[in-house]
Design a protein around this ligand. Structure first.
Ligand SMILES: NC(=O)c1ccc[n+]([C@@H]2O[C@H](COP(=O)([O-])OP(=O)(O)OC[C@H]3O[C@@H](n4cnc5c(N)ncnc54)[C@H](OP(=O)(O)O)[C@@H]3O)[C@@H](O)[C@H]2O)c1
Length: 265
């Protein structure tokens, strides 16, 4: 009998594991309508997943995190575990270094400018008030690049009224002009994303996304899936108002079917 080729066997096993980990549509809601559980912002995912794993979907990406705090740090660490190369940034780099310790060589730390240049894709997760200056400082780096944005602001904020007529996503897209901008992870809590990732594809958390750019919408969906969450697209950025602060969808931690019902998509 022909001996089993070990490498071939391992490749098949890895492929089977990756397929098994992809969340199925319409699975049951993960956690009802839980609000922010109040966990320590600095806490890291407990890391049951292998740090040597390949991304679930396609080739590994280079991702820059602008604002590696609670949301950006949590999602960035998950993407490292999912197989991507991630550069984490903020103003206080000592804190960022402490937070990514032990993640291995795929996790890098740099200035905001370095991270913006490093990533083929960027995730912004900063206070609303930082975005205007960041948009100016990083204009060259973000031009033509896919930017996922989880940052929130209030619809009553003067800039949000002026630039977006109350639509936070539309307003921020203008502050980050030139980028292929998408809303992603803005209405779900970091602790819930982490919990969904740790469930490994069972009962994935629904994550609403929106963009006027097809490539950015597809990338948002891919990277949401890599975090073992379920993307729910509302289409164009104008529709992102459906899941901004103050709506029934905001911080509504539920599954895909229920989120589709809430958003009417
Ligand atoms: N926490 C969540 O679960 C969650 C969920 C969805 C959306 N969001 C949104 O994500 C954004 C961040 O929230 P968060 O809870 O992650 O806050 P956070 O823990 O305070 O993190 C904010 C990060 O942004 C950095 N930052 C602040 N000003 C900056 C600037 N001018 N340039 C570069 N980096 C800057 C901070 O580090 P330095 O101060 O050292 O620069 C920090 O790393 C907010 O808009 C929030 O509404 C949060």
């Amino acid at each position: 009998m022909k001996p089993i080729n070990r490498r071939h066997f391992l490749n098949l096993a890895a492929a089977a594991a990756a397929v098994a980990a992809i969340p199925a549509c319409g699975q049951a809601a993960p956690s009802g309508n839980r609000q922010n559980g109040g966990a320590n912002p600095a806490s890291r995912p407990s890391g049951s997943s292998s740090s040597g794993s390949a991304p679930q979907s396609g080739r590994p990406l280079k991702i820059g995190i602008i604002g590696a705090g609670w949301l950006g740090g949590t999602v960035g660490r998950i993407w490292v575990k999912a197989g991507h190369e991630v550069m984490f940034s903020a103003r206080d780099l000592d804190k960022v270094r402490r937070d990514v310790q032990g993640l291995g060589s795929r996790a890098k730390v740099g200035t905001v400018k370095e991270a913006a240049a490093f990533g083929d894709v960027l995730l912004f997760a900063v206070p609303f008030g930082a975005l205007q200056q960041l948009g100016k400082d990083l204009a060259g780096e973000i031009n033509g690049k896919i930017v996922l944005d989880a940052s929130n602001g209030n619809e009553t904020e003067p800039l949000v009224r002026q630039l977006g007529n109350g639509n936070v996503g539309v307003a921020i897209s203008k502050l980050l002009a030139g980028s292929h901008y998408a809303r992603a992870f803005s209405c779900v809590d970091a602790t819930q994303i982490e919990a969904s990732y740790e469930r490994g594809g069972r009962n994935p958390l629904a994550v609403p996304i929106a963009s006027d750019h097809r490539d950015a919408l597809d990338m948002a969906a891919r990277l949401v899936r890599d975090a073992h969450c379920a993307p729910v697209s509302v289409g164009g950025l104008a529709n992102s108002a459906k899941f901004q602060r103050g709506t029934p969808a905001f911080r509504n931690h539920t599954g895909e079917a229920e989120m589709r019902r809430i958003l009417g998509v």
